[in-house]
Design a protein around this ligand. Structure first.
Ligand SMILES: CC(C)(COP(=O)(O)OP(=O)(O)OC[C@H]1O[C@@H](n2cnc3c(N)ncnc32)[C@H](O)[C@@H]1OP(=O)(O)O)[C@@H](O)C(=O)NCCC(=O)NCCS
Length: 195
């Protein structure tokens, strides 16, 4: 199901026939420098089912992100419910993952802006968070470009990884609805890219 459209992307739920493209994107070690991986077919299939289940429940998930011009799967972008044992959770987390060929073209930020508008608009959220490992400077730059602010008091060890894991430590970024939309209206204009 197509859920969100941007100028260049469609954000939609996952289909079984996404699997070859997704596993292909994930096979590049560079995209897993800061994320566990790569994804096997079984893991990807379980991921698709879980995201689609979350979409049914929450009306948002990490969406399959497809180039409108070609139909190619570029990766995922979206807001996902997270409920783990941290002071900032439960929360809706903005996350992204693009195949290497799709970096450096603004797709992550473009999909993220649509996700933020959806979160603060249709979903009625007051706050969106994002997190990554401290060295993932590309990801942090996207967060900062979106107006998210690092909250050092929220930095944490990711509960899905053992404390000694090289990717355990995470930095927390926050965006409150009032930060982008002080007047409580016109989210589209408030989130337009400023380049
Ligand atoms: C994190 C990740 C999504 C960031 O991708 P990215 O391509 O750097 O981010 P964007 O898609 O927003 O692109 C922004 C860059 O594109 C450039 N750009 C080119 N054309 C653009 C356009 N039309 N609009 C906006 N930016 C554009 C910008 O200048 C910017 O480059 P800069 O950061 O060097 O200034 C990507 O590195 C990735 O998928 N990594 C692997 C998975 C991962 O680590 N995910 C995060 C886990 S928390």
């Amino acid at each position: 199901m197509n859920v969100l459209h941007t100028e260049r992307l469609t954000l939609r739920t996952w289909r079984d026939d996404d699997i070859d493209a997704f596993v292909g994107l994930s096979s590049d070690p560079e995209v897993h420098a800061f994320l566990p991986g790569p994804w096997t077919r079984d893991k990807a299939s379980a991921f698709f089912a879980n995201q689609n289940r979350l979409y049914e429940r929450d009306r948002t998930c990490y969406f399959a992100s497809v180039l409108r011009a070609s139909g190619a799967l570029a990766g995922f972008v979206g807001l996902k419910y997270q409920d783990f044992d941290q002071p900032f959770a439960p929360c809706f987390e903005l996350g992204w993952f693009l195949g290497r060929a799709y970096w450096g073209q603004g797709y992550a930020a473009e999909g993220a802006r649509a996700s933020i508008a959806h979160g603060f608009g249709a979903l009625g959220l007051d706050e969106i968070v994002s997190f990554t490992v401290p060295d993932n400077l590309r990801s942090r730059r996207v967060m900062e470009r979106l107006g998210m602010r690092h909250d050092p008091d929220g930095d944490f060890a990711h509960p899905a990884l053992s404390p000694g894991h090289r990717l355990s430590r995470h930095v927390l970024y926050r965006l409150r609805r009032a930060d982008v939309d002080p007047a409580g209206q016109d989210l589209g204009a408030a989130l337009a890219p400023r380049r």
